[in-house]
Design a protein around this ligand. Structure first.
Ligand code: PRX
Length: 643
């Protein structure tokens, strides 16, 4: 299939799996794309590939919107990621290849990782951590973070990993909401040759948040840090004393594995709850099938451990499958802009899973960087986090994959836990810019407002219309918000917050969020969260934030602010307000643009019309303004200098 382009060239728009690739692929079409009736038996069969202490009684109990998968079954995620591999030749296989920011690297085999996890599980017990108590982890991209996660899983203490780039205040809010008594952190983190003050942020957070009784600090950057007696302990000292003998707790399939906070449409982040049995079944299966996993793969997922991609496709999915993972602490441009390609060459990486924003950055830097490196070990590429524009897809395919690696564009969310839409490499034809079709055993549809499926060629809302094993079970301490946010639009059907189009072949083309959530470089940030922070500043009377199209980040934040009486507009105040958000939430939330204005466009009922703000920020002609309460507001806004 080809499509005539305006410039007269014919451009290839569908990529068929190569014949030699098809022959070697792990799963075939008929094996995996089963019909709906077989959905539950498919998942049951997949669950049975994990190690269970006791088999489940029922596959699914569905009392919408509450699901229980594999009820009655007993297992342990840490056991599945470690112990069961020790009985085979995987015992001495590399589990983690660590690449530090300074080019230092080392390997932890499955048996070494198992030993460290057992020791740290004993450390946690000695600090008084009990089953069911949430442990907060605020760490850089180092093996100890994986060790801490798996140690929590081993003793049945759910972890809450907070992204290391979040500010002290954001960390404090998450600690408070989770009710943690124990926090795992490090002295610092390396970033582009500098040291980030991780422990300093912890100290600042703990000044205003009660509840943390013990802090464990990993020595990583050798930065001098404040130690509070009887509260703060060095990881290496505790590990010296710890026994490496710690059997994995026999936990219920529906016991909590972790909480992960994500932004929503209100100011308060949501604590998404995932449980053990269904989640592990979902992530192990999708990881194995979508990445067409082979025993000798060197698999590199570039996501931070603090996000869901880090949880599902850097830790739990790959380790449950006995994969060798590459864990990289640094950034793509340090010390030089070829760092990723240097790493692929050095460690002979076979699978690279990254984000469209990173690919667009590489495109900007040009193909001379990858061209100077040997990338021939690569055999499969993947993307996640935001829609990938066909141009970036084709650049990735050509310059990184050398036109021989399939690209899997994977669509999913913190809440879905596992990939829901994706091609299966070697099976599904690839269309640049489309995340293809639902994974076997999951039911995703595009619905109209009334909850009816749209026809091919139409746009609608992405909905998940049957429960799936890795689905979130609820929001931490907030069943009502869980119900309202996801299940309130259509009973029994999960509303994702995304809009999409279905093409003539039934492929999904994600357009983006239809709610008040901005996707900056693949990271979700709620407009309400940003506005609440701005409105806490003494100079701000009212604020409205929107996502504007950005060449590299996908979307960038633009803020419109009305100042209180008595505050004069100035460049300095604009910078102060931008920095205020960075300090309160984290640098990822720092607005690209901030406009001081006297009016905001509102409906007669007082709701801000963000569509108009987006038009203004992107310099477009203003669309329909008939619902506007005061048309003078638009005129005032148009006078802003937003070039
Ligand atoms: O809008 C979709 C976008 O990212 C959102 C989920 O964000 P988060 O929970 O932070 O998880 C990101 C990593 C899984 C979705 O609602 N998104 C994610 N993957 C894609 C995507 N948009 C388009 N294409 C994708 N492949």
């Amino acid at each position: 299939m080809t499509q005539e382009l305006v410039n007269g060239f014919k451009e290839k728009n569908v990529f068929q799996p190569a014949e030699n690739y098809k022959k070697e692929v792990l799963v075939t079409h008929s094996e995996t794309y089963r019909n709906r009736q077989e959905r539950l038996s498919f998942w049951e069969e997949r669950a049975s590939t994990l190690s269970w202490f006791k088999k489940w009684d029922t596959v699914l109990e569905w009392n919408p919107p509450f699901a229980k998968w594999f009820e009655g079954g007993k297992l342990n995620a840490s056991y599945n990621c470690l112990d069961r591999h020790l009985e085979s030749s995987r015992r001495d296989k590399a589990a983690i290849i660590f690449e530090g920011e300074h080019g230092d690297s080392f390997v932890l085999t499955y048996s070494q990782l198992h030993r460290e996890v057992c020791k740290f599980a004993n450390v946690l017990k000695s600090l008084g951590v009990k089953k069911g108590e949430v442990v907060t982890i605020y760490m850089p991209m180092v093996p100890e973070t994986v060790i801490a996660m798996l140690a929590c899983a081993r003793i049945g203490a759910p972890h809450s990993v907070v992204f290391g780039g979040f500010s002290a205040e954001a960390l404090g809010n998450r600690i408070k909401d989770a009710g943690s008594k124990v926090l795992i952190t490090s002295d610092g983190a390396f970033r582009r040759g500098k040291v980030l003050p991780i422990k300093e942020n912890v100290c600042a957070a703990l000044k205003s948040v009660q509840g943390i009784e013990k802090v464990v600090i990993v020595k990583h950057t050798e930065t001098e840090v404040e130690i509070i007696e009887n509260r703060d302990f060095w990881y290496h000292n505790l590990m010296k004393e710890a026994s490496s003998d710690c059997s994995a707790e026999e936990l219920d399939a529906e016991d909590r594995l972790f909480i992960l906070y994500t932004s929503g449409t209100t100011g308060k982040p949501k604590g998404v709850v995932h449980t053990i049995g269904g989640y592990l079944t979902g992530v192990a299966t999708t990881h194995q099938f979508i990445f067409d996993l082979k025993e000798d793969d060197i698999y590199w997922c570039t996501a931070d451990l603090g996000w869901i991609t880090g949880h599902s496709y850097l830790v739990y999915g790959p380790l449950a499958n006995g994969t060798t993972i590459l864990l990289f602490e640094g950034t793509p441009d340090y010390p030089k802009k070829d760092r990723f390609w240097e790493i692929i060459e050095k460690h002979k990486v076979t699978i690279l899973y990254t984000a469209p924003t990173v690919i667009r950055t590489f495109m900007k830097w040009g193909s001379s960087y990858p061209e100077k490196r040997d990338l021939s070990s690569l055999r499969l590429l993947g993307t996640v986090g935001e829609p990938i524009n066909p141009e970036a897809w084709k650049w990735f395919y050509k310059h990184i994959g050398n036109e021989k690696c399939p690209i899997v564009d994977t669509w999913w969310q913190t809440e879905t836990g596992m990939i829901m839409l994706s091609p299966l490499s070697g099976v599904t034809s690839l269309k640049p810019g489309s995340c293809a079709v639902p994974f076997p055993g999951v039911k995703v549809e595009i619905l109209n407002r009334l909850g009816q499926p749209v026809k091919k060629g139409e746009i609608g809302f992405v909905a998940i219309t049957e429960p799936w094993p890795a689905m979130l079970r609820t929001l931490h301490r907030d069943d009502n918000r869980y119900q309202d946010t996801y299940w309130g639009k259509w009973p029994g059907k999960y509303f994702t917050g995304d809009g999409a189009k279905l093409d003539e072949d039934g492929y999904f083309w994600i357009i983006g969020r239809v709610d008040d959530v901005i996707n900056v470089s693949g990271h979700r940030i709620g407009t309400a969260e940003l506005e609440n922070v701005l409105e806490e500043h003494p100079s701000v009377a009212e604020a409205a934030c929107i996502g504007k199209t950005h060449e590299v980040k996908g979307q960038a934040i633009a803020a419109f602010v009305i100042l209180k009486e008595g505050f004069a507009r100035s460049e300095q105040l604009v910078n102060e307000l931008k920095n205020y958000i960075a300090v309160k939430i984290g640098t990822i939330a720092r607005p690209e643009d901030l406009y001081l204005t006297e009016e905001l466009p509102k409906t007669r009922s007082g709701k801000i019309i963000r569509r108009i703000l987006r038009d203004i920020a992107e310099g477009r002609t203003i669309g329909d303004t008939t619902t506007l309460a005061d048309s003078a507001a638009v005129e005032t806004l148009q006078k802003l200098n937003v070039s």
